[in-house]
Design a protein around this ligand. Structure first.
Ligand SMILES: [Zn+2]
Ligand SMILES: [Zn+2]
Length: 74
């Protein structure tokens, strides 16, 4: 019997994280769900693949807010 590295739940068939190699329950097997120590590396990789280098995504939110404000003004 193994235990989830994140929540300590006992699991018969633990999921192993491909990145940090720790064992997790089905709920926490995804890097996002167990605050994987490699998460920032995974994200950096994903961003690199898509070539999205426009800040950290806050710019998009700003644009949405501006659009909403414009609509309200009309
Ligand atoms: Zn868990
Ligand atoms: Zn992990």
């Amino acid at each position: 019997m193994d235990t989830c590295y994140y929540c300590g739940l006992e699991i018969e068939m633990p999921f192993e994280c491909n990145y940090c190699k720790d064992k997790f329950c089905s709920e926490h097997r995804l890097p996002e769900n167990h605050r994987c120590v490699k998460l920032h590396l995974i994200r950096a990789k994903r961003f690199g693949e898509k070539k999205v280098i426009r800040g950290s995504g806050t710019g998009r939110q700003d644009n949405i807010f501006k659009k909403i404000i414009r609509k309200l003004k009309r």
